[in-house]
Write a protein that binds this ligand. Structure first.
Ligand SMILES: Nc1ncnc2c1ncn2[C@@H]1O[C@H](COP(=O)(O)OP(=O)(O)OP(=O)(O)O)[C@@H](O)[C@H]1O
Length: 311
């Protein structure tokens, strides 16, 4: 069973449609990243899944239940970290986590949660005195204390320093290892690529890709980049066969290819036959950033239809 299912979701605010026919699923135990620019429709979509916003059209289920009908038992199985939360600034970190833990039947011990979000030293500090990044960690702690089956994280690491971000990633990875389904929204490509089994890219309220991080790169046709310098080993007249399609800039040649072994093999054969050294060889996978920019600046739309990349 899919833990999360979104089919043909539409959301209008007044006359303005901001989510247009969005569909995707999250299987049990998967981490799904919803990636998109500001205003793409991520929060709207996720808040509909959490049961906090109504939808205009479409079918949505979380753990088999339509969020419109979700009662306390359904809600108790969800962990939710919103973009901003209204925690009580007067309570300490320990008091906050102990309080939220008390709302569940079998919570994680709050000391364990403090440890895993890296706030043990701040146990007795009031929330009003924490930094923005530390407060976000309290939010994350509140989200996981009830041992959720599905955890929603809306931009969980915005405002984190690099060390805190890595710590949050480790927590999310540990939850995934325990079988928690995680749906996170993020602007950070690295975060999506590092954590997600599937990445759903939303641009202007439409899904423009839904695939594994590597699958997205494949779909967009971006391949591994093989660069080398022309010279004694490889000459301009050699750029035929597997080396055709090379882009040459001065002495620098670049080939984008899915057949790395064939291309590098042809290069080394040439170099060996001429007893010359192959200069400046580098092999670089397509960057996720490049893929993302290509997807969101040229969404694959034709005649109003959206072409979606699926595994
Ligand atoms: N309550 C609302 N009333 C009217 N318009 C809204 C409302 N909430 C969001 N919008 C609009 O819907 C669009 C999508 O917003 P949403 O918050 O879902 O985007 P997002 O992808 O989460 O953006 P961000 O990354 O900035 O959080 C935006 O143009 C926003 O202005």
């Amino acid at each position: 069973m899919d833990a999360i299912s979104v089919r043909h979701l539409v959301k209008r605010y007044g006359d303005r449609e901001v989510v247009h026919d969005v569909s995707f699923t999250g299987r049990q135990g998967e981490t799904v990243a919803v990636l998109g620019a500001n205003g793409a429709g991520k929060t709207t979509t996720v808040e509909i899944l959490e049961g906090f916003r109504d939808r205009t059209a479409g079918e949505v289920t979380v753990l088999g239940t339509d969020p419109r009908d979700g009662g306390p038992h359904w809600r108790a199985q969800l962990g939710i970290v919103l973009q901003s939360t209204g925690l009580d600034a007067e309570l300490t970190v320990a008091e906050t986590l102990a309080f939220y833990g008390s709302l569940y039947r079998k919570p994680r011990p709050y000391a364990e949660v403090m440890e895993s979000v890296g706030l043990t030293e701040q146990a007795k500090v009031r929330l009003g005195q924490l930094s923005g990044g530390q407060l976000r960690r309290v939010d994350l702690g509140v989200g996981i204390i009830g041992r959720p089956r599905v955890l929603f994280l809306d931009e969980p690491t915005t405002g984190f320093d690099p060390a805190a971000r890595r710590q949050a990633w480790a927590i999310i990875e540990a939850l995934r290892a325990e079988g928690t389904t995680v749906l996170l929204t993020t602007h950070y490509l690295e975060e999506a690529q590092r954590l997600a089994d599937r990445v759903v890219v939303i641009a202007d309220g439409r899904v423009v890709a839904d695939d594994t991080p590597d699958g997205i790169a494949e779909h967009v046709g971006l391949r591994t980049e093989v660069t080398f310098r022309l010279g004694a080993a490889v000459q301009r007249s050699d750029l035929t066969g597997p080396l055709s399609g090379a882009e040459v800039d001065g002495e620098q040649a670049t080939i984008r290819t899915a057949e790395v072994t064939r291309v590098v093999g042809a290069l080394t054969d040439l170099a060996r036959s001429r007893s010359a050294e192959l200069a400046g060889l580098s092999v670089t996978p397509a960057s996720f950033e490049e893929v993302y920019l290509r997807l969101t600046t040229h969404p694959a739309k034709e005649n109003g239809e959206t072409e979606v990349s699926h595994v």
